[in-house]
Ligand binder design. Structure first.
Ligand code: NAD
Length: 250
């Protein structure tokens, strides 16, 4: 029970990595508020997690939505000790086919989103006296990926945002870290694979890029987020933990 009585807000908590993280946190004794724009999946996830979870619907790009959702979450949980920014999207498009609207969409969800949520949660995190923020960045924020310019820019920005605010918030006893997963099988990746003419060939190409020759799992990412949100990482802040089967060496 590494997170006993900790109160944590997880954005993107209705699916994939966010949901796996919320499950893991609840199993470790935390109470969790799930924030997501997908009302249907959100309700399903909250039902699954039972009394230890509450759900708040919001779009992370809307300051108004987020302010009111964070207030509801903080009131429901009775404070806030942790934040996990997992809401995100990807658009797989060669640069010459990418529109400005698509670029803005990716940047606003993946980069403005964590900014807006961090800002709204900041007073409650400060009041905790020992809070954590974990941003779900990506290996694509450390190394370029073809046809992923907007996504790479958003995640590279998120890695540097993480490091910069770790400096600003240290005096408030808030540790801020990022995880940089390689490919993890979630609905987001299923949707990307489906765009390839030959899905199986694309799958093989992706797994050939790491040393373990497989995709990661959302549970493996959740374990890393747990480490960065729990007492074992008490001296860790401003880090970007790669979790990619060794892709960075490859
Ligand atoms: P997912 O699609 O399963 O989950 C993302 C969740 O974010 C969904 O529930 C979606 O409704 C929510 N969301 C999207 N836009 C939102 C918005 N504007 N406001 C509120 N909620 C919003 O995807 P996932 O793979 O679990 O991705 C989670 C995070 O992990 C993302 O930030 C993604 O970029 C990152 N990531 C994923 C992988 C991977 O391979 N799956 C790898 C590296 C990083």
């Amino acid at each position: 029970m590494r997170l006993r009585d900790r109160k944590v807000l997880v954005t993107g908590g209705a699916s994939g990595i966010g949901l796996a993280t919320a499950r893991r946190f609840v199993a470790e004794g935390a109470r969790v508020a799930l924030l997501d724009r997908d009302a249907g999946r959100l309700a399903e996830a909250a039902r699954e997690l039972g009394d230890s979870a509450c759900a708040v619907r919001a779009d992370v790009t809307s300051e108004e939505d987020v302010r009111s959702a964070v207030a509801t979450a903080v009131a429901g949980l009775g404070g806030l000790d942790g934040l996990v920014n997992a809401a995100g999207i990807s658009i797989w498009r060669s640069f010459d086919a990418l529109t400005h609207a698509e670029w803005r969409q990716v940047l606003s969800i993946n980069l403005d989103g964590p900014f807006i949520v961090c800002m709204a949660a900041l007073p409650a995190l400060k009041a905790s006296g020992g809070a954590t923020i974990v941003n779900i960045a990506s290996g694509a924020g450390l190394q370029p990926r073809q046809n992923f310019s907007a996504y790479c820019a958003s995640k590279g920005g998120l890695v540097m945002f993480t490091k910069a605010i770790a400096m600003d918030l240290a005096a408030d006893k808030i540790r801020v870290n990022a995880v940089c997963p390689g490919i993890v099988m979630t609905p987001l990746v299923e949707r990307n694979l489906a765009l390839h003419e030959d899905r199986d060939a694309a799958f093989e190409r992706y797994i050939s890029r790491n040393l373990m020759k497989r995709f990661g799992t959302a549970e493996e990412v959740a374990d890393a987020v747990l480490y960065l949100s729990g007492p074992e990482s008490s001296f860790v802040t401003g880090s970007a933990l790669s979790l990619d089967g060794g892709s960075v060496f490859h």
